[in-house]
Write a protein of this length. Structure first.
Length: 268
């Protein structure tokens, strides 16, 4: 399955050792990560997509990715990722046929939405003294779920990142876990604000309402046997992991000192 271009495993990187430790203890949790979509859709310049991100980059080419997303990493079996519906995303530009086709599908649905919803209509019911239409969970719901699942697995091929640099997102070779039937399917730019460091973060009320829901319903767990390698920064952190999890993990330190505690080392 692996080759010269693809890595043997899926890698996830984070900026803090505490985050890595939390993943190993509790699993991955989706979060609404802000994406810059200006290169694809001027009406959706920034959207928060619920996801857990991985990359499929051979280790020898990984340093720029670690510099951007953090030096602490975990390598996961690809078979585990595929079983959990983690998938390579689609990179596109706004004039690409696949993205144009997606827009056409949505436009056609919106033009026929009332007709579609008539098939789902049950009747009217009283709600707090007011008449309200009642619908079964039918075609319209399934269409919107499927559309958002496709849409939010797209990413611009090239665009501006949040540091203002023009980057080729395609180089990230991203695989993404997107939780199906999540509500809301994405957040708008208005759900975020710039903190003291200038970083866009989710408003606290939105966090309490939606992010906690993600953590409760969509935790992405794994057996330690699916972990094929760990990246840390120093020997002290390495010792903490060994004390916590025993000698079952292959742990690599940034200075290339290695505790090879298994016969299955990271290989790319």
């Amino acid at each position: 399955m692996a080759g010269n271009i693809s890595a043997d495993y899926l890698f996830h990187f984070t900026k803090r050792f505490e985050n890595l430790l939390s993943i190993l203890k509790e699993g991955f949790f989706p979060n609404y990560c802000l994406e810059n979509w200006l290169a694809l859709d001027e009406k959706l310049p920034h959207i928060g997509i619920p996801m857990v991100c991985f990359c499929d980059i051979p280790e020898k080419f990984m340093e720029p990715h670690k510099n951007k997303y953090g030096p602490y990493g975990i390598a996961m079996e690809k078979s585990w990722g595929i079983e959990r519906r983690i998938t390579p995303i689609t990179y596109a530009h706004k004039d690409s046929f696949n993205y144009n086709a997606l827009q056409t599908i949505w436009k056609t649905y919106k033009e026929n939405e009332e007709c579609i919803k008539r098939n789902d209509f049950i009747g009217e019911e009283d709600f707090m003294g007011m008449k309200a239409k009642s619908y079964r969970y039918g075609t319209a719901n399934h269409f919107e779920e499927a559309f958002h699942s496709l849409l939010l697995l797209f990413k611009p091929y090239f665009g501006e990142d949040f540091s203002g640099k023009d980057v080729c997102f395609y180089d990230e070779r991203e695989w993404r876990f997107y939780p199906f039937r999540v509500i809301p399917p994405y957040l708008s730019e208005g759900d975020y604000y710039a903190n003291d460091e200038g970083k866009l973060v989710i408003h606290s009320t939105v966090w309490e309402t939606y992010v906690n829901n993600l953590k409760t319903l969509y935790r992405l767990d794994f057996p330690l046997s699916a972990v094929k390698g760990i990246y840390v920064q120093n020997n002290e952190e390495k010792e903490k992991l060994i004390n916590e999890f025993g000698n079952s993990l292959f742990i690599k330190v940034r200075n290339d000192e290695v505790y090879d505690t298994t016969s299955d080392a990271i290989k790319n």
